[in-house]
Design a protein around this ligand. Structure first.
Ligand code: C2O
Ligand code: CU
Ligand code: CU
Length: 502
């Protein structure tokens, strides 16, 4: 950790939380071992009390119905409101839902469609927005914190999905200072844009799996975040798949399934492996790769998505498990997250109908030309003691987010090289709004490597001590946010604004 002694004067305000400082004192900060990876969790709610049922049949996500009668138009309404979920037997959990559900309804549209979604904010006493994570939407339709939708009011988001924009996007709130909380209380949903001509055989299906992270107190409520949560990002006790714990699916052997994995957690890194079933990566955040890539395991950092083909070749059980991944942790309370079973596929003795093979090539991904501008973004963590406790800051180029400050001015249509330098002690998944980028290089300990494949992404993990270089171009003018997608870090300042000028 980079101890600077003092924080910028404005930082205390973005910390936004007297409660946080008070909580920190209660947790007994003096003497805590900042490097330790073991020990009791500071201030976490009682754990392991609520028991969640496992092994129920995987539910399909509810779909957002298209109310338009006109081809090429997708019109619907999304209401954010209090809802009740039943995660554990006999316990009602107050959550926030979109149209009453968490994850929110699956939105499926097709390239070329026009989207008109009316957002009704019915969250008591809180502003919200809907941000269309990863989607090429105009800046003023993108649910930025600068465009809040007040409680009790509606607003319509309208945008066109350009040709070539097929991909696995999602939607979530982005109000100033409340994003992390509204997301862990339940607001997040998948938005799939299908291509007009899909090279993936239809017989593989198309199954969205949204991973969320639940912490449930013994009385069934969602506890407030602690200081540990603010520092590391809130990691829950139960990883859910489409809102269920370890759901199951039965398939005939020989089945190939097309899955879209979404990491919609606030802060949990998911290194995953489907034992006894080979995985092939076919797409990333912004759609298909050029060609399929076989993978033994995958790392999905918060907000990342992957499209996979999984082959269930042998009768028996294939289990999606978490593997160990050390993403850096401040203070005690790091859970041992390896070996969790997220999803169980029962492969029956019945053979599947023969299906067409996966094509060798999927689509071209054009390389960017030479960048006109290079920029450098340095991520740091700061911590300082003062009279009221410990204050932390998560900074980009030494500054905490300020809604009124433009950090970078860019030109629409111009290729830029962004260098994201992580000088902090935790991994930080970097995300930028409004476009898809291509990672060109990783550098760690002086060693430079290229990614295994070219891909469209809007979120990339930047490991501790790592530098990631990416090429991007913003085609639409307006202000765009870029930030760490550990939502508590975003909230504590690790965000900036690039103003794209026409
Ligand atoms: Cu998922 Cu600022 O976004
Ligand atoms: Cu986003
Ligand atoms: Cu971060």
């Amino acid at each position: 950790m980079h101890r600077r002694g003092f924080l910028a004067a404005g930082l205390a305000t973005v910390l936004g939380s007297v409660r946080a400082a008070a909580q920190m004192k209660m947790d007994g900060m003096p003497g805590m071992d900042m490097g330790g990876h073991t020990g009791h969790d500071m201030g976490a709610a009682p754990q392991g009390v609520a028991v969640l049922p496992e092994g129920e049949a995987l539910r399909d996500l509810p779909r957002l119905a298209n109310e338009a009668g006109t081809p090429g138009l997708f019109k619907a309404r999304l209401t954010a409101e209090s809802a009740t979920a039943r995660f554990a037997e006999g316990l009602d959990t107050p959550i926030l839902g979109y149209n009453g559900t968490s994850p929110g309804p699956l939105i499926e549209a097709v390239e070329g469609d026009r989207i008109e979604i009316t957002f009704a904010n019915r969250i008591a006493d809180e502003a919200s927005t809907i941000h269309w994570h990863g989607m090429p939407v105009p800046a003023d339709q993108d649910g930025n914190p600068t465009d809040p939708v007040a409680t009790g009011t509606d607003r319509t988001y309208s945008f066109d999905l350009p040709e070539g924009s097929a991909g696995s996007y999602w939607y979530h709130p982005h109000p100033h200072g409340k994003t992390a909380e509204q997301v862990y209380r339940g607001l997040a949903g998948a938005f799939v844009v299908k291509p007009k001509a899909d090279p993936i055989p239809a017989a593989y299906g198309d199954t969205v799996l949204v991973f969320t992270d639940l912490r449930l107190a013994a009385d069934g409520t969602l506890p407030d975040s602690t200081m540990t949560d603010l520092m590391n990002g809130r990691v829950g006790d139960h990883v859910l798949v489409n809102g269920q714990k370890n759901p199951s699916l039965t398939v005939p052997f020989g089945t190939k399934r097309h899955f879209r994995f979404y990491n919609a957690t606030n802060a949990r890194f998911l290194r995953l492996s489907f034992d006894a079933a080979p995985m092939t990566i076919i797409g990333t955040d912004g759609g298909l790769l050029e060609a399929p890539v076989a993978a033994d395991d995958i790392l999905l950092s918060p907000a990342e998505r992957l499209e996979l083909i999984v082959s269930f070749d042998k009768p028996g059980t294939a289990v999606l498990r978490t593997l160990d991944y050390d993403r850096g942790w401040m203070g005690p309370g790091r859970a041992n997250d390896a070996g969790l079973t997220l999803f169980t596929v029962k492969v029956s003795q019945t053979p599947a109908e023969p299906v067409p093979p996966l094509p060798d090539t999927l689509r071209p991904i054009a390389r960017f030309g030479a960048p006109a501008v290079s920029r450098r973004f340095v991520f740091t963590e700061t911590m300082a003691m003062n009279a009221s406790g410990m204050e932390m800051g998560f900074l980009i180029n030494g500054a905490a987010f300020d809604m009124k400050r433009i950090d970078v001015v860019a030109k629409a249509g111009q290729v830029e090289l962004w260098e994201i330098v992580n000088k902090a002690d935790m991994d930080h998944p970097f995300h930028v709004h409004g476009t898809q980028f291509q990672v060109v290089e990783h550098e760690r300990d002086g060693k430079v490597s290229e990614p295994a494949y070219r891909a469209w992404k809007d979120t990339v993990n930047v490991a501790r001590g790592e530098t990631v270089r990416l090429l991007l171009r913003q085609d639409r003018p307006g202000p765009r946010m870029y930030h760490c997608h550990i939502l508590e870090h975003e909230q504590l300042g690790m965000m900036g604004i690039v103003d794209v000028q026409a």
